[in-house]
Write a protein that binds this ligand. Structure first.
Ligand code: DGJ
Length: 705
């Protein structure tokens, strides 16, 4: 009844390559401090053996696995690396195929491996399907990347294809993700995994609700405890399954969503599924975030994102050349480095009620009524003022009233015989059509060739629907989006692209592969943003998190928050300003300029983000950055409540023996890193919406006070 791995103890003469070693039929994928191990069973299955702290393959003991009963058979009992649908497999499977005769049984068996820059393990089903499992190591940041390629030797329809499955050898883990909606993205959720949890997007974008990752933990805090994190690099329909199996383990699977999916492969075709990024740490959520932030930053241009001014909240659709120039003057006055004209500069995109959201999209010509001499006078002025010029576009969409739609009504997603859906008064262009791809690429190419533009905000303000007959469209739309952005960037190197989908609807590592930063949320309320930033920061790097200071009362919360608090909140991300600067008082303009200047001075120190725990008071909200040169501490007091008092803040990420100079209570101090991390500093704010920023500079040659 029992089944054993073919080799219980692999021979010691292992073949090592880039953190990967293979000993007999056991495979080890090692980062600096972690190992991921799997091996071949006597049944030809790939059995997961370990994902956690670093181990050596020669020590691996392969405990026998038994069929527990006639209902618990070996395919299900074995924690498989990449199980196919079929046979006695009832927990989540990774791959489901329909053969041309309607058959759906898959029996994937190990068929060899190759070891190069990555480990590629070959699986094969005798009916003509092969799968390559790719494992790549990013050793220094404790991250592994996995992806799969499915090859068809006969015509098949792929009905489900996950990118990876993981096994954690414990029950009763906590799952962290986010739950949100437009204007309330990235609200942290924590839930014990006692059965099966599915988090997904079916909207064609990574969406505002859940995000395509899973973070699992055992009694972890920010600084202690085992944490496993996995994130899918894909910006469309995704599915994350977390399942406590009946065999004492937790299974995690990530991939494109199999809801409404069918990918037809002819003989000779292949399909590459998006990658999953995975990391493990025994040191809590902060360490997990550092690894994932490092990964995210490795995808980004290293130069800091410029301080941005964006016109959206100031002017809405009522864009005119003169009004934008007036804003640009004020933006330059307060120190903005980039001036972005948002929605409203093109087509017949007029303020409601004469037009508004039902016209303009698709007609990417400069509105002569608003810009009689084109964009050049504005762009020249912005450059004269020392700023980069940026522009908003929503290339995937078209309005029913546009010339583009009149010329190409067949370019939108729609179901034959049904009225096409509008949302925000717009249709979604069918990006899987070659002429649509060419149109968008050429439109952006022309826009960037005819105008000196350094930044493009790419928006998408509605989910997809009515995609028609093709059930692979959900996937191909996203691939086309990536291809277009890449191609435009190839033609216009150096132009930065911001990913926006009605705020934070398109935030994921797939987007960060091609875009340069994210619009995090349309909710610009400075207090709400602290929660949104916290949720975002678990996985994604703060350097890509755009945050604006906007006018009060905030359009969404109707809350009026002090300007300093608004700046400090936005400074925890990549700073932007979205106020109507022409209506701002001189005093606030002067204060804004000071804040921008302070941010620019702090920016070099703002590298590693830490969500500080606050043991002595729950009134304060604390965010800290660290870097080799020092640290920055943001302290927020939203409301001075009953019994409000000071709090002691212990810093993180400092050099224990390094010396740091800082100012506290109007006095200058120098203290060692271990003092600041172990004893900490006492901070006391008073009043509602109070906040402060404390800068710690590394000054090793100065004595402690
Ligand atoms: C939604 C975005 O999130 C906003 O920042 C703004 O660009 C509007 N769209 C413009 O229509």
């Amino acid at each position: 009844m029992g089944t054993l791995l073919s080799e219980a103890r692999p021979p010691a003469n292992s073949l090592a390559s880039m953190g990967i070693d293979v000993a007999g039929s056991t495979f080890g994928i090692h980062t600096e401090t972690t190992s991921y191990v799997f091996g071949l069973t006597g049944e030809g299955l790939l059995r997961h053996l370990h994902w956690g702290g670093r181990i050596e393959l020669c020590d691996v003991i392969v405990e026998p696995l038994w069929e527990l009963s006639t209902n618990d058979l070996i395919q299900d009992v074995t924690p498989q690396e990449y199980p196919g649908h079929g046979r006695f497999r009832y927990n989540e499977h990774c791959l489901a195929i329909m053969f041309s005769d309607g058959g759906r049984e898959l029996d994937l068996r190990y068929a060899g491996h190759d070891l190069g820059a990555a480990l590629v393990v070959h699986l094969r089903d005798d009916r003509g399907v092969r799968v390559d499992l790719h494992y790549e190591v990013l050793e220094s940041i404790d991250v592994i990347r996995r992806w799969v390629v499915v090859y068809a030797d006969v015509p098949v329809s792929v009905q489900a294809v996950a990118s990876a499955q993981f096994h954690i050898p414990y029950r009763d883990l906590d799952l962290r993700n986010v739950a949100g909606r437009w204007g309330a993205e990235f609200q942290e959720i924590v839930q014990p995994v006692t059965s099966k949890v599915v988090l997904e997007s079916r909207r064609g974008i990574s969406n505002h609700h859940h995000n395509p990752y899973a973070v699992l933990s055992r009694q972890a805090t920010e600084t202690s405890g085992q944490v496993w994190g996995m994130a899918l690099a894909f910006s469309g329909n995704t599915k994350t399954v977390v399942e406590q199996t009946q065999y004492g383990q937790t299974l995690v699977q990530l991939g494109i969503n199999d809801a409404d999916l069918a990918i037809a492969l002819n003989a000779g075709d292949s399909f590459t599924a998006p990658a999953v990024v995975a990391t493990y740490t025994p040191h809590g959520f902060d360490a997990l975030s550092q690894n994932l932030h490092d990964y995210g930053r490795s995808l980004m241009e290293p130069t800091p994102r410029p301080v941005l001014y964006n016109s959206w909240e100031a002017t809405n659709f009522a864009v005119t050349c003169d009004a934008q120039i007036a804003l640009a003057h004020r933006a330059a006055q307060i120190g903005a480095e980039l001036f972005v004209v948002d929605d409203g500069w093109f087509g017949r995109r007029n303020p409601e009620p004469t037009g508004g959201i039902t016209d303009g999209l698709g007609d990417w010509w400069v509105d002569p009524a608003k810009f009689p001499d084109g964009l050049t006078p504005l762009i020249d002025e912005v450059h004269q003022l020392g700023m980069t010029f940026g522009i908003w576009v929503e290339p995937e969409m078209v309005n029913p009233g546009s010339d583009l739609y009149a010329a190409h009504p067949d370019w939108i997603y729609h179901e034959q015989g049904r009225e096409p859906d509008t949302a925000r008064g717009q249709y979604v262009l069918n990006l899987t059509l070659a002429p649509v791809q060419e149109f968008i690429t050429q439109m952006l190419d022309d826009l960037l060739a005819e105008n000196v533009i350094g930044y493009v905000k790419w928006d998408a303000n509605r989910p997809m629907s009515q995609v028609g007959a093709g059930r692979d469209v959900w996937y191909r739309h996203v691939q086309a989006l990536y291809d277009i952005v890449r191609e435009v960037k190839r033609r216009h190197p150096g132009v930065l692209f911001e990913a926006c989908a009605s705020g934070g609807g398109r935030i994921d590592f797939g987007a960060l592969n091609v875009f340069d930063d994210f619009w995090t949320s349309d909710n610009t309320d400075a207090l709400d943003r602290l929660d949104i930033h916290r949720g975002y920061s678990l996985v994604y790097p703060p350097q890509a998190m755009r945050a604006w200071v906007t006018d009060v009362p905030n359009f969404l919360s109707q809350r009026s928050i002090a300007l300093t608090f608004r700046f400090h909140s936005a400074m925890t991300g990549s700073l932007g300003i979205g106020c109507d600067l022409t209506a701002m008082s001189d005093e606030d303009l002067r204060a804004s300029a000071k804040h921008v200047q302070q941010y620019e001075q702090l920016r070099p120190l703002m590298q590693r983000w830490h969500r500080l725990e606050n043991p002595s008071s729950n009134d304060y909200r604390l965010i800290q950055y660290s870097s080799p040169a020092g640290a920055v501490l943001f302290v927020f007091l939203p409301a001075s409540r009953l019994g409000h008092t000071s709090t002691t803040v212990r810093l993180r990420g400092l050099e224990p023996t390094g010396r740091y100079r800082f100012e506290l209570d109007w006095q200058t101090h120098v203290a060692r890193g271990d003092y600041l991390m172990n004893r900490g500093v006492r901070v006391w704010l008073q009043g509602d919406y109070a906040s402060t920023v404390i800068r710690f500079d590394r000054v090793d040659d100065e004595g402690a006070v």
